[in-house]
Design a protein around this ligand. Structure first.
Ligand code: PEP
Ligand code: MG
Length: 295
């Protein structure tokens, strides 16, 4: 089956009305660029920065981060590279940040919550991203957003970083700021969020666990951890509606984005970007082309 799919590698999948559906890659390191390009990725829809932070015995420097993000941007230009800011919590500790003991790490100090409480760490990453944006089409997205204040606080920090870089004479460029939709709160405030961000990316892995109140790592409740549950599909639909009404891009970067049996539903809801592991890309392109052909 694999060999038969390679004809889709360089295809730009479009719907019958001409809408391009961007099929992008989820990756977590520069080593994965080649596999993503071999698969025909139209950019990166989710660059997980956790590995960068977990690989070393210390926090990565601004220079090291800027080089990594710039290499990514260059590799995929003019396609966008969506870099997710650090999404780490008590379940995945890293050197250089002390985490509290938490009874419920998935409901605890993780993602954007931790970053806003540690502005020195967060600003180092934001400065690196502003510097890398000179070299390609960098977009930035925030994980675990549950409150609009988190977006506004981030914007203040981004402005501070840009002003600092300017004063230092360091080349930098602005980037689009978006949010992951992966908490029920974000779904419910999606119409308000859509007015303040450039794009949504639906994180179905966490969205499913939080909508269904079923730990994604707990096999005992695995049956509830199902993206096709009507409650989760309703959350995805509400998000898409809010994004489409506001005229912003709505994408998806959870595992579900690569499922051939769900792609038609997501596209009908108005999603125009699907980001997945490189191994799923060609099959997803084929699925979208078949939709356009009315199969
Ligand atoms: C998600 O939650 O759907 C997602 C893409 O992020 P992660 O799996 O890294 O939490
Ligand atoms: Mg997530």
């Amino acid at each position: 089956e694999r060999a038969g799919l390679t004809v889709f590698k360089n295809v730009t999948p479009k719907l019958a009305d001409g809408t391009v559906i961007e099929v992008a890659a989820n990756i977590g390191s520069l080593e994965e660029i080649e596999a993503a390009q071999e698969a025909g990725a139209m950019g990166v829809g989710l660059f997980r920065t956790e590995l960068l932070f977990m690989r070393h015995m210390h926090l990565p420097s601004e220079d090291m981060q800027a080089e990594t993000y710039a290499a990514l941007a260059k590799a995929f230009a003019p396609y966008p590279v969506i870099v997710r800011t650090l999404d780490i919590g008590g379940d995945k500790p890293i050197a250089g940040i002390e985490f509290p003991d938490e009874e419920n790490p998935f409901l605890g100090w993780r993602g954007i919550r931790m970053c806003l409480d540690r502005p020195n760490i967060f600003k180092r990453q934001l400065r690196a991203l502003l510097r890398a944006a000179v070299h390609g089409n960098i977009k930035v997205m925030l994980p675990m957003v549950a409150d609009i204040g988190e977006v506004r606080q981030t914007r203040v920090l981004v402005a501070e970083c840009a002003a600092e870089l300017k004063a230092e004479g360091v080349p930098h460029a602005p980037f689009d700021l978006g949010v992951m939709i992966e908490t029920p709160a974000a779904v419910l405030i999606a119409p308000a969020l859509a007015k303040e961000v450039a794009f949504f990316s639906i994180g179905t892995n966490d969205l499913t666990q939080y909508i269904m109140a079923a730990d994604r790592l707990n096999p005992t409740v695995a049956k509830l951890n199902d993206v096709t549950n009507p409650a989760v599909m309703m959350a995805i639909e509400l998000t898409a509606k809010a994004g489409v009404a506001a005229g912003i891009m709505v994408g998806m970067c959870g595992e579900a984005a690569g499922r051939p049996d769900l792609i038609a539903t997501f596209v009908k809801m108005g999603l125009t970007e699907l980001s997945m592991s490189p191994a799923s890309i060609q099959r997803a392109k084929k699925t979208i082309m078949a939709l356009a052909a009315g199969e």
